[in-house]
Design a protein around this ligand. Structure first.
Ligand SMILES: NC(=O)c1ccc[n+]([C@@H]2O[C@H](COP(=O)([O-])OP(=O)(O)OC[C@H]3O[C@@H](n4cnc5c(N)ncnc54)[C@H](O)[C@@H]3O)[C@@H](O)[C@H]2O)c1
Ligand SMILES: [Zn+2]
Ligand SMILES: [Zn+2]
Length: 360
């Protein structure tokens, strides 16, 4: 029997989201039904609402979540009812070319639930194949990663997307190492996680770049050693100056804007790395002098989900948090109810929060 639960849906492009009742099927083979305990509001949810990802409305939003497995379908052995899990959008297939070559973080065929959750009989498109602004959600079993239940759900859920994307952008994609200099452009949840990741990885100079003074202040709490107000000066010049005239070894773009990409490109030292983690919209273009791309050398690396492998990285990061070495709780600016998501988007755009987290 499908269950009726309350959930946040975006029905039409750029229209306010609504709390509605949706139908969630019982788990079939390979699927899991999860009672969501907490789900963070990520900028990617807003991109979905605004039609920036695709036009497969209606969307069931929410994807940074943790909860308790309620039931599993046939053949599921990795998790069972009662397990505390973080939901992920990289349930790797183990069979595609990337997986077979030992690079599952590039998996081309990640798993999602095969049955659809519905609104008045119409199939919903769950954000990033999750859809967790819902009392219960249906996912592929591989989308559930078991972690130590000692961690608070509103903190754990954030590892499911933005915080993992930022940590991984620095630690995995950017391969930040001891003594490196790092500049992070855009200090929202993702950018601050990149700063925390750079700190863990041993970077000695970490420059936070943002337009908002509050954001720059928070960035310091995650380990930024310097801050740059991009509205008040040329951020490329500022990063160069802070890094002894060289530019940073690793620049991380966590905004998703062509102008910021360009700044990050030129703020690198020669042979430096640019990590693109901010999500562009389909209409955006970048234009660069070809000779600069060649002449500066180095690497330009888009980072999806911080190149993470949830089964490997989530338990490790939760343990670091429980040991007091990764202040994940600082990302939680406020906890809200399910009907507060639209207002949370407004607060996000006004730069008032790092993460609003829906708790159930
Ligand atoms: N690649 C991935 O896997 C992945 C995962 C999650 C989120 N994202 C993307 O990362 C981006 C950031 O997400 P978030 O949740 O941190 O968003 P956010 O809105 O919380 O933060 C964005 C920050 O960028 C700052 N900013 C805006 N314009 C700027 C400029 N010109 N120069 C410097 N700073 C500027 C804002 O002041 C804000 O602090 C989004 O595009 C989001 O979709 C990517
Ligand atoms: Zn695969
Ligand atoms: Zn996200």
């Amino acid at each position: 029997m499908p269950q009726q639960v309350r959930a946040v849906v975006a029905r039409k492009v750029k229209s306010p989201v609504e709390v509605v009742t949706i139908a969630v099927p019982d788990p079939a083979a390979g699927e899991a039904l999860v009672r969501v305990q907490a789900c963070g509001v990520c900028h990617t949810d807003l991109h979905y609402r605004d039609g920036g990802i695709n036009d497969e409305f209606p969307f069931l939003l929410g994807h940074e979540a943790a909860g308790i497995v309620e039931a599993v379908g046939d053949g599921v052995t990795s998790i069972g009812p009662g397990d505390f899990v973080i939901l992920n959008w990289r349930a790797v297939c183990g069979q595609c070319r990337a997986c077979r070559r030992g690079r599952p973080w590039y998996c081309f065929a990640t798993h999602n639930a095969s049955q659809k959750m519905t609104l008045d009989g119409e199939a919903l498109s769950p954000a990033l194949g999750i859809g967790a602004f819902a009392e219960k959600t249906l996912v592929a079993a591989g989308q559930c990663t078991k972690v130590d239940p000692a961690v608070a759900p509103e903190v754990a859920g954030l590892l499911g997307c933005g915080v993992m994307a930022g940590l991984g952008a620095a630690m995995l994609t950017g391969e930040v190492g001891p003594g490196d200099s790092v500049a992070v452009f855009g200090c929202g949840g993702v950018g601050d996680a990149a700063i925390a990741g750079a700190t863990l990885a041993g970077a000695t100079t970490i420059v936070a770049v943002d337009l908002d003074a509050r954001k720059l202040e928070w960035a310091r709490e995650f380990g930024a050693t310097h801050t740059v107000d991009a509205g008040a000066c040329d951020p490329v010049e500022a990063v160069r100056e802070i890094t002894g005239g060289y530019g940073a070894d690793v620049c991380i773009e966590a905004v998703g804007h062509p102008e910021v990409f360009e700044q990050a490109f030129f703020a690198r030292d020669l042979a430096g790395t640019l990590v693109q983690v901010g999500v562009p919209t389909p209409d955006m273009r970048i234009e660069l002098p070809f000779i600069e791309l060649f002449g500066r050398g180095g690497r330009i690396k888009p980072s999806w989900y911080g190149d993470c492998l949830p089964s490997r990285d989530f338990p490790m990061l939760v343990n670091l948090h429980l040991e007091g070495r990764l202040p994940l709780e600082r990302f939680v600016s406020e906890t809200i109810a399910l009907d507060g998501v639209e207002e949370a988007f407004v607060k996000m755009q006004r730069n008032e929060v790092l993460r609003s987290v829906v708790v159930f």
